[in-house]
Ligand binder design. Sequence first.
Ligand SMILES: NC(=O)c1ccc[n+]([C@@H]2O[C@H](COP(=O)([O-])OP(=O)(O)OC[C@H]3O[C@@H](n4cnc5c(N)ncnc54)[C@H](O)[C@@H]3O)[C@@H](O)[C@H]2O)c1
Length: 260
Amino acid sequence: MIENYLNSTFGLTGRTALVTGAARGIGLAIATALGRAGASVVINDLSEKSCAQSVDFLKIEGISASSICFDVSDPVAVKNAKTQLELQGVGIDILVNNAGNQNRKALVDMTHAEWQKIMNVHVNGAFNCTHTFLPDMVAQGFGRIVMMSSVSGQATMPLIAAYSTAKAATASMARSIAVEYASHGITANAIAPGFVKTDFTVGLQQREGFDTYLQNNVPSGRWALPEDIAPVVLFLVSSGGSFVNGQVLAIDGGLLARMG
Ligand SMILES: NC(=O)c1ccc[n+]([C@@H]2O[C@H](COP(=O)([O-])OP(=O)(O)OC[C@H]3O[C@@H](n4cnc5c(N)ncnc54)[C@H](O)[C@@H]3O)[C@@H](O)[C@H]2O)c1
């Protein structure tokens, strides 16, 4: 009985999920979680080789996986990817806009090109993929979109102004999609992870005193792992999460809730 309940509430059999920036880190953990729940997963990232390695990793687990390599910030490449998927008979039911980049610099030291590069990946990338894959979701009356925001979209620290601005924008985009498309069977939510131990945060992991900062300021007292983030995405895209729409869900060990 429990298994039936879990399958009908959280199972994704028959669904296909595209996860951007999924060759490693949080994206790969999300693809793994969705695949373990029965979805077919399509891995996107910048390098064919790293995509292929991740697909092999998922297939060893028995997950139905394939990859499509493109730069999310290139609208033409995203449209071409959709055409390629269509030719393979693959339609996307679940889109996780996870791809992201970083550039730690004081605001006035950033060149316009550096600022734009952050916006291009996080904000324009999420727009390009949503713009491309949402119409088919609307046509079929079902779709799930998850935006990767961050605690940095709500509170911030020095040297990440562009990133924080972009992460606030992706949260706002999730709300906008939810409000515009809920009546077509679409949900769009954002997740806001705290500090997650991935290649993305190697600089922080090596910074003296940062672990102590986390112990003192994150109520849970530790780094998040990609495996802390992925099940929350599974919940949001499952039928169990179907009435959660337009939300920004912090997965931060209590960091944003803390006052002192
Ligand atoms: N690690 C953290 O602490 C943390 C916290 C909050 C939010 N996030 C967000 O989570 C997401 C994943 O982060 P991560 O920690 O796994 O980082 P990561 O660097 O390990 O993974 C990011 C992936 O995105 C890919 N990518 C970058 N630009 C791309 C593009 N233009 N097109 C396609 N793929 C591209 C990279 O190649 C990489 O594989 C990012 O959006 C990041 O901002 C991370």
